[in-house]
Design a protein around this ligand. Structure first.
Ligand SMILES: Nc1ncnc2c1ncn2[C@@H]1O[C@H](COP(=O)(O)OP(=O)(O)OP(=O)(O)O)[C@@H](O)[C@H]1O
Length: 249
């Protein structure tokens, strides 16, 4: 079997008496979308935070392309190739699309953030930002204010910002949140292509998107992975239906 690009090995995190993630091991393989689903409070955000470096696990490890990144802080993980998009947008709304992408490229370069305005004149950083915008289909909106983009375009811009880091893997926390039906449809098509750029670990409540996109799905309930399988295996699993999908299907 192909080596995973990203993997967690027995991740655990408790908040006082509450075990938010319990011995979680998941793998993200080249070219795949692996969705993590589960009811509210199952531990999905806690898992993502441990993978991205925002939260230190009590136990377990995270590896990226075989390298143990557990001890690295979030920016170092990002530079190691972990591309993350957020549930709540981290874009600078008053700045242009290009400025936001350049800001991402500055982060990728490891330079202090205060140099980002002069960075607009840095040919390398600008080229990296323009390339990322072209890849997400936003090149013609480079001069637009971020605030004037649609929700869906903002999600694409977030991916472009992540792309400036040349990620080996993406971790996405509810990218469909706040999008209408048409926006979700467009973003679904976009992520379907993006998986070839880098595989995607996807936390998502929108089950239509999950079942349309995911090569594999892991189901998290009370901090534990209760099943991992293809969309069909998960849809028809009695254990999953009882624990989670039952009331929706
Ligand atoms: N910083 C924290 N301090 C204390 N408890 C926390 C903290 N963060 C999360 N929890 C608790 O850990 C459990 C898992 O929460 P988490 O946000 O990871 O779940 P989730 O699956 O992402 O939920 P949702 O789908 O609602 O976003 C919940 O019971 C939550 O209340």
């Amino acid at each position: 079997m192909t080596d995973p690009i990203l993997a967690t090995h027995g991740l655990a995190k408790s908040f006082g008496a509450l075990t938010a993630t319990d011995d979680v091991s998941v793998e993200l393989r080249p070219g795949e979308i692996h969705a993590i689903i589960g009811p509210n409070g199952a531990g999905k955000s806690t898992l993502i935070a441990q993978i991205s470096g925002a939260l230190r696990p009590d136990a377990g490890r995270v590896t990226l392309a075989g390298r143990d990144v557990t001890a690295l802080a979030t920016p170092a993980r990002a530079r190691a190739g972990l591309g993350r998009t957020f549930q709540i947008s981290a874009l600078a709304m008053e700045d242009t699309v290009l400025e936001n992408a350049v800001l991402g490229a500055v982060g990728a370069s490891g330079r202090p953030w205060r140099f980002w305005r002069p960075a607009l004149r840095d040919a390398d950083l600008r080229a990296r930002a323009e390339d990322a915008l072209a890849r997400v289909g936003l090149a013609e909106h480079a001069a637009a204010r971020c605030a004037d983009l649609s929700h869906g375009q903002r999600r694409q811009l977030e991916v472009a910002v992540a792309l400036t880091l040349r990620p080996r893997a993406f971790v996405m926390d509810e990218p469909m949140a706040g999008l209408g039906a048409e926006g979700s449809r467009q973003l679904t098509a976009f992520l379907d292509e993006l998986r070839h750029e880098a595989p995607i670990l996807l936390v998502e409540h929108d089950m239509d998107a999950v079942f349309a996109l995911a090569d594999r799905i892991s189901v998290l309930v009370y901090g534990k992975i209760i099943a991992t399988g293809t969309a069909d295996e998960i849809r028809t699993s009695r254990e999953v239906r009882e624990a989670y999908l039952g009331d929706e299907s």
